[in-house]
Ligand binder design. Structure first.
Ligand SMILES: [Cu+2]
Length: 106
């Protein structure tokens, strides 16, 4: 009985917290270029280049191009709606990525 309660508690606590996902930017690539997350999760893009700046532009979500960020800087975004969101780097449009947000069924 006690074990059952512990398991139940673990299930509740581990599923109710939003997760963070890291996408690294290196050699003009988003790594991984495609990720699947759940509603409410957050993605953090880390620029790990030596000297190249980038940005993360979701053209379907943002009319304006976001600011560039430089090596050792991050960009982050939370996804509250389910959907399929592609993005690119403003100054380097051949850099493309995709975030698939699945419905949170919890
Ligand atoms: Cu770029």
């Amino acid at each position: 009985m006690r074990l059952y309660l512990l398991l139940l508690l673990l299930m509740i606590t581990s599923s109710s917290f939003a997760q963070e996902y890291i996408v690294e930017i290196h050699k003009k690539k988003f790594i991984p270029a495609e990720i699947t997350i759940e509603q409410g999760d957050q993605v953090i893009w880390k620029n790990i280049e030596k000297r190249q700046y980038h940005n993360v532009w979701f053209k379907q979500l943002d009319k304006e191009e976001p600011d560039y960020f430089f090596p050792d800087e991050n960009y982050q975004r939370r996804f509250d709606k389910a959907g399929d969101f592609s993005y690119e780097c403003g100054p380097h449009p051949r850099m493309k990525g995709r975030v698939i947000v699945i419905e949170n069924t919890k």
